[in-house]
Write a protein that binds this ligand. Structure first.
Ligand code: T1G
Length: 695
């Protein structure tokens, strides 16, 4: 079995093919293969030059990041990328890189260690390591500034921006764009190349050190603002500045130190976990990769409210024609206006090309909406009876092979399927508001949902550029099921002495995009009230009444009412409500609820541990395929910071025994709400990481 690097000769040119599917990642074996190829090139007088290229769909798309977590945990020695890069760069014969596909991270670094670079049209080049909590660790921060100029290099490295082959040519990062056969042209280039040209010897494009700090209008504040709390982008800035200030070898040593600091840090572990978690969600038990998905040629959206409009925009932006039906004329007209505005906004921001979106028809009857539809999505009021009647009507008027989907956020998909004669074609498609922006789509699998229907839903998600996570059909699915106890704690703490602002800041200062109380105001406290009442009816252990019930009874349902936990001005900017604190105290006094001082740490423990414990419970019930799916749900749909890896990864970072101790104490003190999940307890006892748990 040949290794992942295969050499062959074309008379005096040594062809070096990297063949390490799926993305030709730089593994230890690939590095060893390149070392051997350099030895072969140096050892034969018949070889005048070498060409390195990638087999399959891309040149090297980066280092094999699966190798990194064991290194970070000290279980494996650091990979010395530079030994191989320096062997390539110091070969006494020209080495030409033939680039195609996505030349990223270690792939671009290998290309820059070569003496010349040729790219095929459509090639993407970049150093996106900061998105994994890392910085380039194979000389990229020292070579890219020397080839592309320090300013553009800093933007590419500190912000993780990629560029195309045309810009790369203009910058001087590559020497030519292939017009025909990439490898053949690289071979011809190698033949004509008189001598090696080491990247490390270029200094002309480096700015002088004094100006280095403010190059490309990117400074420490800009980087820190774009990547709040994250360490890698600032480390990248320091490494690029080192290229401007130090001789090459010293700059390389600076990069190596900073790379290792990032790799050993918690953020790289979290972001690498998030990277692979987002790719794991496509693997669904019982769904074979070859299961045929149905092409969605036309979608019918039933309901012209906020969600219906957002869903329609998501389909239209993906080029799918939509017919939207609402019983109310005013709602139809409002929907038409709103969708037009949204699409114009997407076009003006360059998010979609003019004329690329699907056509929208607003119709007055469900029959018209249903005509020719391959998928119908209902987005009507969150009431089981209303949704059932919509499904019955759709079942009667849509083509027999049309899929029927509900956008419900909590209701029973099997119950809706039972209202039709086609339960195998019924699925939940839970979009998150704003539906044309939020990446998450919960695909809820009913008892009778067929593999074809599921495969179609997943293929549709990809076409809508969404991250689909498959959920079982249990109340609240994954996201909302976990969100309820998380918010339950936030509300309780706000009535036990912590101000609403302190509760929310305890979480936003930890990295959450929004605090739990502010989210309630955004979505509507009445929506959460309905959700928790249904949950209590289904046996979840929540308080029969909370202060949010009082707010709802006073009509203070959040942003839409101008008041909830906060007051809102006309632009929905939140303002503290000075009277609220007094009302909460009166409410608490009337119910004998003790008041006390809360630390942010304890607020986070109570809210996040409730979230994590509920996640472990739903895993026990088989609602999700694997723990990392929950992390994807929270990162893509609930503003959980990716550089913390999601709730289940966070549980491992905090330490399951620590969490179990807190849960056990609170369970003894406060009862079943805090019952520790069996799965979490088991993982705590056995020392197993819960984030790697899979069914
Ligand atoms: N390492 C290991 N596996 C990888 C990988 C990588 N770098 N990139 C992709 N895969 C796997 C992925 O898990 C999936 O596996 C399959 O390839 C297809 O990926 C030293 C330190 C290249 C644009 O950050 O951006 O170099 O699920 O589903 O949509 O300085 O993958 O099939 O089993 O995403 O066509 C820097 C990361 C690394 C690029 C392709 N490189 N990858 O997208 O396919 S750090 C990156 C991507 C580094 C050096 C530093 C994308 C892609 P499976 P996919 P895709």
């Amino acid at each position: 079995m040949p290794g992942p690097v295969v050499t062959s000769r074309q008379d005096s040119i040594l062809l070096i093919m990297i063949d390490n599917p799926p993305v030709n990642a730089l593994s230890r074996e690939v590095l060893a293969g390149l070392d051997a190829a350099m030895q072969e090139a140096a050892g034969s007088e018949e070889i005048a030059a070498a060409v390195i290229f990638g087999a399959g769909s891309t040149f090297v798309a980066g280092a094999d990041v699966r190798a990194f977590p064991p290194i970070a945990r000290g279980e494996r020695p650091m990979i010395d990328f530079n030994a191989t890069m320096n062997r390539v760069e110091n070969l006494g014969k020209p080495v030409v890189a033939a680039l195609h596909g996505t030349v990223l991270g270690g792939g671009l670094e290998l290309a820059m260690a070569c003496h010349y670079r040729i790219a095929a049209p459509g090639t993407t080049l970049g150093q996106p390591e900061v998105k994994l909590g890392l910085i380039p660790g194979a000389g990229g921060t020292q070579r890219l500034p020397r080839l592309a100029g320090a300013g553009r290099a800093l933007e590419m490295i500190a912000l993780g921006e990629t560029i195309g082959e045309r810009e790369a040519l203009e910058l001087g990062l590559i020497d030519a764009v292939a017009s025909g056969g990439l490898v053949e042209e690289a071979v011809e280039f190698a033949r004509r190349a008189e001598k090696p040209r080491r990247t490390r010897d270029h200094d002309a494009k480096l700015v002088d050190p004094e100006q280095a700090e403010s190059i490309a209008a990117l400074d420490r504040d800009t980087v820190a603002k774009k990547f709040k709390w994250q360490v890698a982008p600032l480390a990248a800035l320091d490494a690029v500045l080192a290229a401007c200030r130090l001789p090459f070898e010293e700059g390389l040593a600076t990069e190596a130190r900073l790379f290792e600091e990032c790799l050993r840090g918690p953020q790289a572990a979290a972001l690498i976990h998030s990277f692979f978690a987002e790719r794991a969600v496509t693997k669904v038990a019982g769904l074979k990769r070859e299961t045929a998905a149905r092409e969605i040629e036309r979608a019918a959206i039933i309901g012209g409210g906020t969600m219906g409009r957002g869903i329609a925009c998501a389909f239209l932006a993906a080029g799918i024609p939509v017919t939207l039906y609402d019983a109310e004329q005013a709602a139809r007209e409002a929907a038409a206006r709103s969708i037009r505005e949204t699409l114009d906004g997407l076009i003006s921001k360059g998010r979609i090309k003019p004329g690329s979106h699907g056509t929208l028809s607003i119709v007055e009857t469900m029959e018209e909406a249903a005509a020719g539809a391959s998928l119908a999505v209902e987005a009507v009021f969150e009431d089981a009876a209303i949704k059932r009647s919509v499904f019955q009507a759709l079942d009667a008027v849509t083509p027999a092979d049309c899929l029927l989907a509900s956008n419900t956020s909590t209701l029973d998909i099997d119950e809706l399927a039972a209202a039709t004669r086609r339960p195998e074609r019924v699925v939940g498609l839970h979009f998150f508001s704003p539906a044309h922006i939020m990446r998450l789509l919960e695909v809820v699998r009913g008892r009778e949902t067929s593999p074809e229907t599921l495969a179609t839903a997943l293929a549709l998600a990809k076409r809508l550029r969404k991250t689909a996570v498959v959920s079982g059909n249990r109340y609240g699915f994954i996201g909302n099921r976990m969100f309820m106890p998380y918010r339950e704690q936030a509300v309780e703490i706000a009535t036990e002495g912590a101000s609403p602002a302190l509760v929310d800041q305890a979480l936003t200062n930890w990295g959450m995009a929004m605090g739990p109380l502010a989210v309630g105001d955004l979505s509507g406290l009445d929506v959460f009230r309905l959700m928790r009442r249904e949950a209590i009816r289904l046996g979840f252990h929540y308080e029969a009444e909370t202060f949010e019930d009082i707010l709802c009874e006073q009509g203070r349902t959040g942003q839409k009412a101008g008041a909830g936990w906060y007051l809102y001005d006309a632009k929905r900017k939140a303002l503290p409500d000075a009277d609220l604190q007094r009302e909460i105290r009166e409410y608490a006094a009337g119910r004998g609820i003790p008041q006390r001082v809360w630390s942010c740490r304890e607020i986070r423990q109570r809210t996040l541990f409730a979230l994590i414990n509920e996640g472990a419970r739903l895993l026990e019930e088989g609602v999700a395929e694997r723990a990392s799916d929950l992390d994807v749900v929270y990162i893509c749909g609930y503003g959980f910071p990716a550089w913390r890896g999601g709730p289940m990864h966070t549980a491992d970072v905090v330490g399951l025994p620590v969490i179990l101790d807190v849960l056990t104490r609170l369970y003894d003190e406060q009862g079943p709400f805090w019952r520790p999940s069996e799965l979490l307890s088991e993982c705590a006892r056995t020392g197993r990481r819960i984030a790697s748990w899979t069914r």
